[in-house]
Design a protein around this ligand. Sequence first.
Ligand SMILES: *Cc1c(COP(=O)(O)O)cnc(C)c1O
Ligand code: SF4
Length: 346
Amino acid sequence: MSDDWRKLLSRSILHPGDLPTTLISDADRLAGVIGAFPMKVNPYVLSVIQGAGDPIARQVLPHPDELADADRSLDPLAEECQSPAPQVIHRYPHRVVLLVSDQCAVHCRFCMRKRRVAGGGQVSSEAVHQGLQYIRERSDINEVILSGGDPLMLGDRSLIAILKAVRAIAHIRVLRIHTRMPSVLPQRVTPSLAGQLAAFQPLYINIHFNHPAELTPAAISACRRLADAGIALGSQTVLLKGINDTPEVLHRLLDTLLANRVRPYYIHQVDPVPGTSHFRVPLNEGLRIMNALRGKLSGLAMPHFMVDLPGGGGKTALLPECVEERGHPQWRIRNWQGELFKYPCH
Ligand SMILES: *Cc1c(COP(=O)(O)O)cnc(C)c1O
Ligand code: SF4
């Protein structure tokens, strides 16, 4: 039972020619595409795909459009320049990302860390130890975000050992894990894993979900196991053209996440890595969608719309302009329906 996820992973499809013929017509044409970024589709994700071109298929099946922007930088956010120690990205005060795995249960075609995920090698425990040592020596850091790849690709023992090492650092208060497992291999979230994670509070888990079709009974159960273990869950969503770029689809996704105790956190603009141009939604359109969600969606389910600025500028939230005029003594401010109101400026 507890090893089911490993068996599923070992049966992942890596060659387009091994996919059902209904899903891919011209596998030979995709050699260049998977040469640039390998394909990986595990049997669980395959079972969620309803047909070619559906919202799950488009996220994980290679497509010739990926070759249109092959000359882009693989690291537009300059993460490697902001890496003061192996596996560490230190961009903001007080918190760091610790990359504990370069592997994932599926390869998302729009992945912003494909430079690491593509290799799919093991991160050496020596490199993780060096990253931990950096965190130990910097008493101004108080939050560690385990990311990758997917941290839950590690076995329970390795993952728990890393969490213990981080928890043993006195100046670290908050732990965070960024994972896509509940949506792409929910079998990974075993009751035993959830129980072991419960020992590391305060622990927050942010889960990558892009479309309501990912919220299968299995995915919902995985979230429930984590929430029942007392872990606060958030979601991160990538805004993807033709997949979730309508208020209706996002409303269904975010509303269902909230109802399953996952609090929507961020919606990300696709980062400009190679192979992603065809997924990018114009910023104006993104703001229009966010505006259409505001008011109709519970405030609890309303994420921030984030762009990660190039060259390591960091993430920033884009907001629709609601301040129409900064007058004195009154400002003119728009509500979610576009109506103007006067509001005293102090
Ligand atoms: C996104 C990110 C974080 C976390 O940012 P939050 O806004 O706190 O979620 C931390 N470090 C790096 C390098 C990041 O890219
Ligand atoms: S799960 Fe995340 S890190 Fe892994 S391929 Fe998808 S987007 Fe990239």
